[in-house]
Each structure stands twice: as structure tokens, then as C-alpha cells.
Design a protein around this ligand. Sequence first.
Ligand SMILES: [Zn+2]
Length: 334
Amino acid sequence: MASARGIGIVNEPTLRRAVAATLFAAMIAFVAIDPAHGEEGRGPRLVAMTFDDLPFAAASESRKLEAVKADRIIRRTLARRGVPATGFVTEDNVRALGPDGAAILSGWLRDGLDLGNHGAVHADTNDLDMESIRQEILAGEKTLLSLAGTFGRPVTFYRFAYNHVGDTEERRSQIEGLLAERGYRLAASTIDTSDYLFDRAHQRAASDPAMRRRIERAYLDHSRKQIRYYQALNRLVLGREPPAIMLLHSNVLNAMTLDRLIAIFRAEGFRFVSLTQAQEDKAYRTSPAFATRFGPMWGYRWARERGVRVDGNNEQEPPNWLSAYAETGVVADR
Ligand SMILES: [Zn+2]
């Protein structure tokens, strides 16, 4: 099932700022932030945890030890807290870690966690023709399918790099057809916290424990706000909260904060389910019929599909000091 593939690590910009400015600038309704549940009295909120770029985001030979340690902490935390999760595998990241790459994936399967396909080289579908997208999907299966087969486990979901699922309606439905051909369901995402950006800052602070703690606190504060924001967005658009799908990456930051993030979800009234369980909800029966060159969370896609007006500018960005530090390694107020 493998085929020719390129090598190259691609970072993960969410382009949310661009999404907010371009897609939703002129829109008016205000998404109120309130902690009320969508369907009161109907049980807890549900969330599925997903980790992209497995076995380790921006994997490289020199980061093998970090990758193995971070993965061990993430899986141990999930096991200890009884939290199911799906990891999305990028074949390039598997290769970059040598035998440790496949060993990490085996660890996920052995722990009863699910794996999905996240492509061969994390290519952006906006830049590819259909044949290249097909190759990205197929070559993404190389290690994944044989390992999953060994453990007798299905690989149900595909998630595109950057959540780019087609920039025109024609391409979007062709891409959907490609997934169906290979037997995949498109993985949705409803909560994004720009964790890749906080992780970039966290990496810069590798020799500064106080700064790392500050970044972790800022990340968790931002995560709490984003969880509430996206739940409110979904309530506004759908009139209820379908199971949430948390978009995270396999990185050191999440290893260090996952236990606290799980506690935040529990404090917000969430119970954890698998991605399969989450996407059984009727909200996920079909992919939103909304083509975009950006990768917005599903709440925005549902809004566009239904003609519900929302102002993406109400969404909080990560703090300025954090973004600056992630880019330059310098903090002005310190
Ligand atoms: Zn990714």
C-alpha cells in the first residue's frame, strides 16, 4: 500500500486569525461565553481527545529521547485517568524516529488507544492535485496499517494536515470521495487551543523552568477559555452541544499539562468518550458542506453551512507575550 513519498517536516499553523478576518469579518452575532450546558438535565458533556502528528510532532533524529519520554507520559496519564484517545499518525514522523517511531505506535495500540491516518508527509491539500492527495493518504498507511493489523485494530479515521479538506466545493467533495474509497471517515475537530504555538514557546524555554511553568499556566488558561468559547459557538449554531472533539498534538507541552487539562474538562462537566463514540452523534453524520482553504473548527463550518452568523473575532488569541516569545525567544516584560 506504500508508494513514493517525500521527506519534510511541516509545522502546524491553525490560521485562525486569517479565518476570523477573512471568513467572518462582516458577521454580526455575538457568541456569548457562558458555562451553561446545551441540553441541561441530559447528562454530562462529552469530549473525545485526539492527538495529531504521532508519534511526535516535528519529530527528528535529535528529538528521539524527548519523543519517547513525552509519549510515555501522555499514555500513562490517559491510562491513569481512564481517558480514551485517538492518535493521528504522520508517516514522516514515524520514519524520523527510526524504530522508536513504530514502537510508540505499538504502545498506543497495546494500551487500547485508537490510531488514525494523518498522511505521509503532512502535505497541505491546498497545494496538491487529486492524485497527489491520494498518494498522501496511501503512503500515510505504510506503518500504520500493518501495525494496526498486527493488533487486530481498525483504522477508522483520516484527518488532513491543517484540517484542510478542500478549498472549493468540487475539490472538497472529490477529497471526500477519496476518503470513502479507502474506507475512511473524516475526523472532525471542534476545539482548538493553538497548542503547537504554546509548545514552540515551551521548547524555547527548555533551560528556563520558571518560564516553562508560566507557559504551561498560560496554555491551560487559554485552553479553558477556548473550551468554553467553542461549546458556546456550537450551542449558538446547533442549539445544543454535540460531543466535543479536542485537537491536540503529540508534544512535550501536552505531556506536561495533560493531567491538568483533563481536570479542566472534568471541572467543566465533561466525560471522555472515543472519537468513534463522539462522531456517532448526528452532527457528524455528514461533513459540513463548506469549502475553505483554511482549517476552521467544525463550529465555524456548521455556521457557514447553516447560514448562522458568528463573529470569529470574539475568539481569544493566545497572549501576545506568548506568541512573541514563541517566535523570538524574547519576553518584553521580564
Ligand atoms: Zn498535523
